[in-house]
Design a binder for this molecule. Structure first.
Ligand SMILES: C[S@@+](CC[C@H](N)C(=O)[O-])C[C@H]1O[C@@H](n2cnc3c(N)ncnc32)[C@H](O)[C@@H]1O
Length: 300
């Protein structure tokens, strides 16, 4: 929201109201006009107050976790991260909202009646909520898994925005490596696989494939790397410029990068494709890419 535009609108409304009141000077007494102007100014100041309140609430959820100098430590999806996660992911992952929207559309296309939908590493359930919005008429069951207790607790609050339908999302505090997958027509790994130890990734994809119904879809989004060093640097630099454009300082960018170094292990698209093919997925392709972020689909 651009607060300057809103403020200008409020001010111009006030000015036009005041000039109207001046032209009515002949009809009403000065006392009455002063009373009217007081009401107008009261209205303006209460709107400004609401505006300031909205700005304060907004800023409580803004990701400022890496603004101050800190000792290097590994990134964890704890309460602190969960409380700013929505702002963090929207300002850190180029195309995140497009990917979330498209997950809803793809689910609408591939969901099979009476089957299960899995959102693995769901965080606050962005993908699950998009699916629920797109599958309005369906009684689909979405199993949303995360091994961060803080994320799952917040997901429970988020579900409430759907009323009764929110119960179609079943949040589970669990390691996706332990999750049993069965009767699945839609499986989502939206920026989760990159946090699984590389040696365990193939087993996870094979388990997902085995639990999927023929014709089902797996959507995987990941941060990626490139074997061409020049291209790799170009895309990482471009990504950092994107983050600066989203309001992160150079210090925030570099401290977060260090914190993620041992936790988020990216792979090349070739590695992803190879693993998908050897796990059984005959059809697999990238449908979205921006800098070093990509989203892929595999059909069983
Ligand atoms: C980048 S976030 C995923 C964003 C989310 N899918 C979305 O679309 O908004 C990664 C999430 O995966 C979760 N995660 C990482 N490893 C996991 C594991 N082994 N089991 C379950 N969840 C895991 C983290 O707790 C975190 O919430």
């Amino acid at each position: 929201m651009d607060y300057r535009i809103i403020r200008r609108k409020i001010e111009s409304k006030a000015t036009s109201k005041i000039s109207e009141s001046v032209s009515l000077h002949n009809i009403f007494s000065t006392k009455f006009l002063v009373f009217l102007q007081t009401i107008v100014y009261e209205a303006i100041s209460s709107q400004i107050f609401l505006l300031l309140a909205a700005m304060t609430i907004g800023s409580q959820h803004k990701d400022r976790l890496f603004t101050e100098h800190r000792l290097p430590s590994d990134f964890v999806f704890d309460e602190q991260v969960a409380s700013v996660f929505e702002d963090m992911i929207n300002r850190s992952v180029p195309g995140y909202s497009t990917i979330i929207f498209m997950i809803g559309l793809l689910a609408e296309r591939y969901y099979q009646d009476e089957s299960n939908i899995y959102d693995l590493g769901c965080s606050l359930g962005g993908a699950s909520c998009s699916i629920l919005e797109h599958l309005k008429e369906s009684s689909c069951k979405i199993i949303a898994i995360d091994n961060s207790q803080a994320m799952i607790e917040r997901l429970e609050h988020k579900k409430a925005q759907f009323g009764e339908r929110g119960n179609q999302i079943e949040g589970r505090h669990e390691n996706v490596q332990d999750t049993e997958i069965s009767n699945a027509s839609v499986v989502i790994l939206n920026f989760t696989l990159q946090f699984i130890p590389p040696a365990d990734r193939k087993a996870l994809i094979e388990k997902i494939y085995a639990g999927m119904n023929p014709g089902g879809i797996l959507i995987i989004s990941e941060k990626i790397i490139f074997t061409d060093e020049h291209l790799n640097k170009l895309l990482i630099d471009s990504y950092h410029q994107f983050k600066e454009g989203m309001g992160y300082s150079k210090l925030e960018i570099s401290q977060k990068r260090t914190a993620l170094e041992n936790v988020l292990i990216p792979e090349t698209l070739d590695e992803q494709k190879k693993r998908m093919r050897s796990s059984g997925f005959g059809t697999f392709e990238v449908w979205f890419q921006c800098f070093n972020f990509a989203s892929m689909v595999g059909i069983k």
